[in-house]
Design a binder for this molecule. Sequence first.
Ligand code: CTP
Length: 479
Amino acid sequence: MASKKLQMNFKEVLDKDKIFEIVKQCASDLGIEAYVVGGFVRDLILKRPSKDVDFVCVGSGIALAKKVASTLNANKSVQVFKNFGTASITHKDFNYEFVGARKESYQRDSRKPIVEDGTLEDDQNRRDFTINALAISLNGSSYGELIDPFEGVKDLKRKIIRTPLAPDVTFSDDPLRMMRAVRFASQLGFDIQADTFDSIIKNAGRLKIISQERITDELNKIILSETPSYGFKLLYHAQLLDKFFPELTNLQGVEEKNGHKHKDNFYHTLQVLDNTASLGGDLWLRWAAILHDIAKPATKRFHAKQGWTFHGHEDKGSRMVPKIFQRLKLPLNDRMKYVQKLVLLHLRPIPLVRDNITDNAVRRLLFEAGDDIEDLLNLCRADVTSKNPARVQKYLSNFDLVEQKMKEVEEKDQVRNFQPPISGEDIMQTFNLQPGREIGIIKNEIKEAILDGKIKNNREEAYEFMLEAGKKLNLTITS
Ligand code: CTP
């Protein structure tokens, strides 16, 4: 009864978009069967709109793609991957992928060509999870019928990730699927079925044959999910995380000495990560959260009086970022510098709330953080993981005060996007100098004087200050 209901719905959905009718017609002209398959069907049932549609046909995916493209008048947008027997069409925001049904495992990104043709059943058998092995017929009288050989719909309802075949077989076909299992669990809030999870633990070592780019793609999807800590905990317990991110698993554990305990920095980090997610943080703010305490193990010391300290972990952590980014094949560009900056500065806003704090400290932080100041404050807010609600409230309102103080200082001094009020040109002209070290010295002195509040951030005061600085260097004014 239930499946009949679904059947009717699918036909209705297919009728809303003419692409399905077109594929049906083209497949019928070529005398082959075609189906919509995989993630698109899963997302349809979950009501998650998707712009990627996968079609599988019992025959040549490339021939079908070419015929569909010519009907759509989109010949130019066909991309053919001959080795893999696949082709794709980009059309009006949508990406349509066509593949011939195959007996072998589905390995779109692998370099190994896939040659063996198969039936729809073969194809569904070799897919990763039951919820991704659903197909909808685009053929004749069965048009709109759901083909669900592994009870994928039931698993969607029960919120379960499970492999269609014995998990050892599915994972050895493509070990990246172990990461994908965790990624789907994290994105969808699903459980991983016990046998499937046990098999991941057993096969975790096989992740080493997978390229870091593919692993990091999945990791980033986990990081971008609503509660990323869930995905990280699964990665950790499945023993996948230490295979590619040992610095993070190293944070796990609590040491006790003379009655002093420090917090578990792994679980703390995961909570900070979740907090940045609830604040709407993008991928890079979330990476800053993941890495903000990464140097705690390396800087951990025990002092008889103070207990545990992690002095300098922000500085060391920030210096660890490039190596980690490089190994994880994350971009070594301004995004990495942003993460480094946030890790380095993450403790700086904390003392700024004290009454006796000078504007200078605020001004310096504004200068150093620049346009990333709001993100830095959000990272600080996210870093408040105390279990005591009164304390949390106090810390958070302290950061609101810091923000207010920063606004006031910025209004007066505009140092957030600091542009030197006196240029090197000005200095050279005033003292009739050729380019040389004096110019750098004077420019730096002016900047320091502004940041220290000795002069205002304007041309007049900076000009006077420059004349004085020149005098001290025994320079003569020429204009
Ligand atoms: N697939 C698979 N094994 C893989 C990768 C993909 O079996 N290692 C199959 C699954 O049936 C999947 C389909 O190929 O549904 C499409 O893969 P992909 O586009 O990577 O994932 P989606 O499931 O579409 O999900 P998303 O778009 O969220 O990545």
